[in-house]
Design a protein around this ligand. Structure first.
Ligand code: EPZ
Length: 422
């Protein structure tokens, strides 16, 4: 297994380009199942998770192709597919469940493996299933699979449905299904993430009638048929946020090119509270790490709250603060796996349930550490950049799921970082 080695203590300077958003590209590629024909999606990040979804779509009978630069994906969706997503593919990436809504809406039935457990939490899909049932689907769980069947005649029907809790992929799955349902659907307590709004924009480009995406209420007027996708994916705000935290580490000065400042407001607010200088510049955000960070408290929450996908990275910055910070993780019940590894780098963190108390230390020191999940691995890279000496991060396959060649993006900023092939 590849590992990444970082020699810390070097000031970062320069510009880093943000890629397309993983968490927008995945549902948008799944949405292609809603229409027969040739689809084109651009600004798609070259990531392991995107390739996994490509394999799943291929398994369903689609032809998937990438252009040389790997940013444009062409998909040919046939008139008939085999609406079955096997365990072997779904277990490697939970977001595979995003084919469920489109398959049952378009073909009247779907058999999709239940996604198993996950390092950061139980992550059930009950809300996805309740939403599809509200649209008239019959749901059976059998042998580890979800069997969803549309009412006789094969078409789902519009309904009013309120999510018990905000769920990003749940909102996306039900919204996609509602696009081909008969009549109007009103979804309440929806997730408001920019990726949900980007999916809705892609669906409208296919001829869907959707209002309110990005707010708590989404209204969908179902249509008979949709046309192929032609969409440009939004920039990745979590990748951008990770680079903004890198720039806010003491002594750094980084311009994060291609990010959308509106998608990063709460993070920028916290970075300014820590003492970093963040300024909007044409085409992105510049961040300067101005001296030792100040402590701040933060609480993760669904968008527009502080993103849980930035919690680990922000914790690294607070590990170096002049004082004590409190972090409360409210979205996932087990998202502190990175803490044990940060303690190995000399951090001072105490976890009690949802709360982590981070006592700032003057410096971190390099060590061998192990990545446990995608965002934890990004935090370990940032900690390695800030630490004195060498840090070796193992199991970086987690990183490759959501960051496009991160070492090649950080090296031009002066980072001494390299990948050691297995
Ligand atoms: C999406 O996951 C993202 N993944 C996650 O990013 C992100 O952490 C998460 O949203 C929250 O922002 C993609 O978009 C592919 P949720 P998702 O459903 O949709 C509970 C990354 O690092 N819940 O919004 O799976 C759930 O257990 C990844 O890129 C139910 O109880 O998250 C969690 O506690 C990690 N029942 C909470 O809701 C359900 O049916 C929010 O989960 C669905 C969710």
């Amino acid at each position: 297994m590849d590992k990444i080695v970082v020699e810390g203590g070097v000031a970062l300077r320069g510009t880093v380009q943000v890629s397309g958003a993983k968490n927008a590209a995945l549902p948008i590629l799944a949405a292609s199942l809603l229409a027969e024909g040739d689809h084109a999606v651009s600004n798609v990040p070259d990531l392991a998770d995107v390739r996994t979804l490509g394999r799943l779509l291929g398994h369903l009978g689609c032809e998937v192709a990438r252009d040389a630069a790997g940013r444009k994906v062409g998909l040919r969706v046939p008139a008939t597919v085999k609406p079955e997503a096997p365990y072997e593919l779904v277990r490697t990436m939970r977001a595979s469940v995003l084919v469920l809504g489109p398959l049952v809406a378009r073909w009247g039935r779907a058999r999709v493996s239940l996604p198993g457990g996950c390092a950061i939490g139980a992550r059930p899909i009950d809300q996805h299933l309740k939403g599809l049932a509200a649209l008239g689907a019959t749901i059976h769980l059998e042998h580890g699979y979800v069997e969803a069947t549309a009412p006789a005649g094969g078409r789902l029907r519009g309904a009013v449905f309120t999510f018990d809790g905000q769920t990003v992929t749940g909102t996306e799955n039900v919204m996609m299904a509602a696009a081909l349902a008969e009549g109007e659907t009103v979804l309440e307590n929806c997730a408001r993430e920019p990726e949900v709004a980007d999916l809705a924009a892609a669906l409208r480009g296919m001829g869907a009638r959707i209002e309110g995406a990005g707010t708590g209420q989404i209204r969908v007027h179902g249509v008979e048929a949709l046309r192929p996708l032609s969409h440009d994916v939004i920039p990745d705000r979590i990748e951008a946020g990770t680079f903004l935290v890198a720039g806010a580490l003491p002594g750094n000065d980084v311009f994060v090119k291609g990010c959308v400042p509106e998608h990063l407001e709460v993070l920028v607010e916290k970075l300014r509270a820590v003492g970093a200088v963040v300024s909007a510049q044409p085409g992105g955000l510049r961040v300067v790490g101005d001296g030792r960070p100040r402590p701040v408290d933060l609480r993760t929450a669904p968008h527009p709250g502080f993103p849980t996908d930035m919690q680990a990275q922000m914790m690294v910055l607070l590990c170096l603060a002049a004082g004590t910070s409190k972090i409360v993780e409210t979205v996932f019940e087990n998202r502190y796996m990175h803490v044990q590894e940060l303690l190995r780098l000399g951090a001072d963190i105490a976890v009690d349930g949802k709360t982590a108390v981070v006592k700032g230390v003057p410096a971190l020191s390099g060590a061998q550490v192990m990545a446990s999940d995608l965002r934890a691995s990004a935090a370990l890279v940032l900690a390695g950049l800030a630490a004195q000496g060498s840090t070796e991060i193992q199991r970086v396959y987690h990183l490759d799921r959501g960051y496009e060649h991160i070492e090649e993006k950080l090296a031009p900023l002066g980072a001494r970082i390299r990948r050691v092939k297995a």
